[in-house]
Structures are given as structure tokens and as C-alpha cells.
Design a protein around this ligand. Structure first.
Ligand code: NDP
Ligand code: OXD
Length: 313
């Protein structure tokens, strides 16, 4: 039997339920907070806050008013058991954006200043003078110009790089050259020195980092994948590194996470792997937007950063 108290269901293997419960209670007042795997009376849950879908699916949550993703991406959620018409929102959070920008700048600077090559020289006891190239002569491409891609573009433009970006719709931003469509992608690929992927994973973007794209590079490019593992065809990357189309790669995301020990990506001298740590959200800053979305959901109003199911992001 449903009383009037708000009932939230929380499921994540990465996020701390106690921190979220405290942050949301501070903003919304007393609430019933069921953290997975415990959830009595799923039929009384109003809103589900999820990183992934719980193993039992969402079918028992018959009165859900909204699903709120604990990630900026939503492809990790299996929504096949979600009733039609329940809205879904992705997470937008200053701490997530800030950490993604830091990661992009750190990895771009590593390539820009050839630190990856100096690391190898160090291991091989080689004194190799590699003169710095001015930032203005380095062209950075960014696939995806949403919340995260635009923030990264701004930061890299402020660092003095030439910045090109690719998105569905054209963008206007000082210091950014905007590209769209298949021809736009080809034009961008022909000019970049470093390519960052921060697209959402959809049927249109799955496998976009493949040999067709790599073959369009005008010079050996350094690749940084901060989107999703399935954007990259991993065997095509290994072939492109061999062929010299790609000079080096940084992968924060992989098709299977954690990356299996036997993967050929591990131990490759030109690949740096980080374990999906590029961006981290923190309940203290993210809870405000989540709380606002809970209020909107209870009023039956459109959510902030609501996913457009026809576009898939
Ligand atoms: P947004 O929804 O704000 O932005 C998505 C961008 O991608 C938009 O610019 C959109 O174009 C563009 N886009 C989508 N599909 C296409 C397409 N087919 N062709 C061209 N452009 C396309 O997402 P966020 O910036 O918030 O997040 C992006 C992704 O970053 C997440 O989905 C997730 O995969 C990844 N991520 C990774 C993290 C990590 O730790 N590694 C952390 C957080 C997120 P338009 O602007 O025209 O709509
Ligand atoms: C993601 C996130 O979507 O961490 O990867 O937000």
C-alpha cells in the first residue's frame, strides 16, 4: 500500500548509496530510500536512480514516474522491461564535466608535449631532444559537442589549440570550427593531429572509430576515447597502429569492462589504458539536478536533460 512518502530505488555498483541518500534527503526532506538489492514493495517506487539496470529488470516497478541515470551516458541501462512512457534523464553534473575536461587536457598535453615518447626514451635510457610544437600549430578534433564535448572544446581553445568539433547540429562557439554530417567527419579527420571521442553510444555512433575513419587521417593521429568502448573497433585500432595511421591511443573505455587480462590492448607500447575514470560525478554537486528532476517527475513535467528516445541520447 503506497503512503505519501516519496520512494526512491537506487542501484549502482559504482556509487555510494549512503552519500546519495544523505544528499537527496537534505534537498527533498524525509524519503524512503531502497538501495539495491533490497527493495520491498517495488510497486510503490516513484523514481529509480540507476547506473545499470538491476538483474531482475524494471518490470516490478509498476508505478515508476521516471528513471534517472547516474551516468551522463545511458547505453549501460537495459530499458527493455521499462513501461512505455516513463521518461529517462541523463546526469549532468559540474564535477563530472570538470573531471572530463581535466582528463581531456591531461591526455592532450601528454601527446602535445610528446611525454608518451619521453616515457619510452626514459625506459630505454635514450636522451632524445624533441622540440616543443606551439599549441596553435596543433589541431584537436572532438567528436560530440554536447555538455562534455563543448566544455572540452572551450578548455582546449583557451589552451591555444586549434579546435574542430563534430556533432549532429552545427555549433557556434568562439575558437571552435564546427562540422556535421559524413562529409564534415571526413573533412575533420583530414586535418586533426589529436582526435577525442566523447559521443554517446547509439546505433549511429557504434563502431565509428574504425578503419574507414582512420584511413581518412591526413597524418598519424593520436586517439583519445572517452566515450564508450563500443565506439571503437579494437582490432581496427591495432591494425591502424601497425599501419602508422594512428600514432598512439588512450582508452578510458573498452568494449568489455574490466578489460580482460588476455586483451591485446594491454601491454601495447602505444596504448594507454585507464579504467573508465575520465569523469566522476559526486553526489554533493549532482544531487541538486537529480532532486529537481524528482520534483518534475512527480509533477508529470518534462525532465531536465531528458533523453530523446528517437535520437537515442
Ligand atoms: P550530450 O547528449 O550532451 O552530447 C552528445 C553530443 O554528441 C551532441 O553534441 C550530439 O549532437 C552529438 N551526437 C550524437 N549523435 C551523433 C551523431 N550520430 N553524429 C554526430 N554527432 C552526434 O552528451 P554528454 O556530452 O553529456 O556525454 C557524452 C558521452 O560521454 C556520454 O554519452 C558517455 O558515453 C560519455 N561519458 C564518458 C565518461 C567517462 O568517464 N569516460 C563520463 C561521462 C560521459 P547535437 O549537439 O547536435 O545533439
Ligand atoms: C558515464 C559516466 O556515463 O560516468 O560514463 O557518467
Amino acid at each position: 500500500m503506497k503512503d505519501n512518502q516519496l520512494h526512491l530505488y537506487f542501484h549502482s555498483s559504482l556509487d555510494d548509496p549512503d552519500l546519495w541518500c544523505t544528499a537527496l534527503t537534505r534537498l527533498l526532506g524525509p524519503l524512503k530510500f531502497s538501495a539495491s538489492p533490497l527493495c520491498s514493495e517495488p510497486e510503490t517506487v516513484d523514481v529509480a536512480l540507476l547506473w545499470t539496470t538491476p538483474p531482475q529488470g524494471l518490470g516490478a516497478f509498476s508505478q515508476l514516474r521516471a528513471v534517472l541515470s547516474l551516468g551522463a551516458g545511458i547505453n549501460q541501462l537495459d530499458l527493455s522491461s521499462l513501461a512505455q512512457g516513463v521518461p529517462l534523464a541523463r546526469l549532468v553534473d559540474d564535477s563530472l564535466t570538470g573531471t572530463m575536461v581535466e582528463y581531456a587536457r591531461a591526455t592532450v598535453m601528454r601527446y602535445h608535449r610528446a611525454l608518451h615518447r619521453h616515457e619510452q626514451d626514459t625506459r630505454e635510457r635514450r636522451w632524445h631532444f624533441r622540440p616543443p610544437v606551439p599549441a596553435g600549430q596543433r589541431c584537436i578534433g572532438i567528436l560530440g559537442l554536447g555538455q562534455l564535448g563543448l566544455a572540452i572544446a572551450k578548455a582546449l581553445a583557451a589552451d591555444g589549440f586549434r579546435v574542430l568539433g563534430w556533432s549532429n547540429s552545427a555549433k557556434t562557439l568562439a575558437g571552435l570550427e564546427s562540422f556535421s554530417g559524413e562529409q564534415g567527419l571526413t573533412d575533420l579527420a583530414g586535418q586533426v593531429d589529436i582526435l577525442i571521442n566523447v559521443l554517446p553510444l547509439t546505433p549511429a555512433t557504434r563502431g565509428i572509430l574504425d578503419r574507414t575513419l582512420f584511413a581518412r587521417f591526413g597524418r598519424p593521429v593520436q586517439l583519445i576515447n572517452m566515450g564508450r568502448g563500443e565506439h571503437l573497433v579494437e582490432t581496427d585500432l591495432l591494425a591502424a597502429l601497425n599501419a602508422g595511421w594512428v600514432e598512439a591511443a588512450t582508452l578510458d573505455v573498452t568494449c568489455i569492462e574490466p578489460l580482460p587480462e588476455q586483451s591485446l590492448l594491454w601491454g601495447h607500447p602505444d596504448i594507454l589504458i585507464t579504467p573508465h575514470v575520465a569523469g566522476l560525478s559526486c553526489p554533493d554537486s549532482a544531487a541538486a539536478c537529480v532532486a529537481q528532476n524528482i520534483r518534475l517527475a512527480l509533477q508529470g513535467r518534462p525532465l531536465i536533460n531528458q533523453v530523446d528516445f528517437t535520437k537515442g541520447y
